[in-house]
Design a protein around this ligand. Sequence first.
Ligand code: HEC
Length: 176
Amino acid sequence: MSKGIIAGIALTLIVGFVGGYILISFGFIPANADGKPPALEKWLARKSLRATLEREAPQTPNPVALNDQNLIAGINLYDVNCAVCHGASDAKPSNIAIGLYQRAPQLMKHGVEDDPDGKIYWFIKHGVRLTGMPAFGPTLTDEQLWQLTLFLKHMDSLTPEAKNAWKSVPSSAPRS
Ligand code: HEC
């Protein structure tokens, strides 16, 4: 490769880095949560998430049995850890859910019942970078992660007893 081409590449990289640094330093890359994500940012984030899920989400089925005990354990864990962002059975968002960047889906309305178990489990265990979706791997046991997965997977087809437990999770919407 000629010296000229190498110098050209080096100059382009330097200009790119310096340009990026100046844009960030002067506040031209927005850091606020109350804006709409630009198309490029959305595309990059989605692509990275899809590729990571494909590589890392377990392919195995849910190891915990589908019964009232595990469903209700999942609902109780959801009540304490998730409802504040993903809503209760009335699907009415909390102020926190509305203010997040990315918005937290209200799972009663936009559920994940059609997703594979391993994908739901991955979301709960690892969270999603820069979105507010926390990783629960460090705080919940593997059994609890799968009980939550079981509940989300069957949210639209709960047994009568589990449905009662789900309906009794208090709404996350602000009380007016
Ligand atoms: C502080 C808010 C917050 C909490 C608490 C939270 N999440 Fe999330 N969650 C989010 C956000 C925001 C997203 C969207 C991430 C994205 O856009 O990729 C998300 C995404 C998800 C998804 C993927 C949804 C989809 O449509 O693919 C699942 C599943 C999920 N969360 C489950 C849970 C569970 C289960 C808990 C509790 C153990 C929980 N989340 C707690 C904010 C939260």
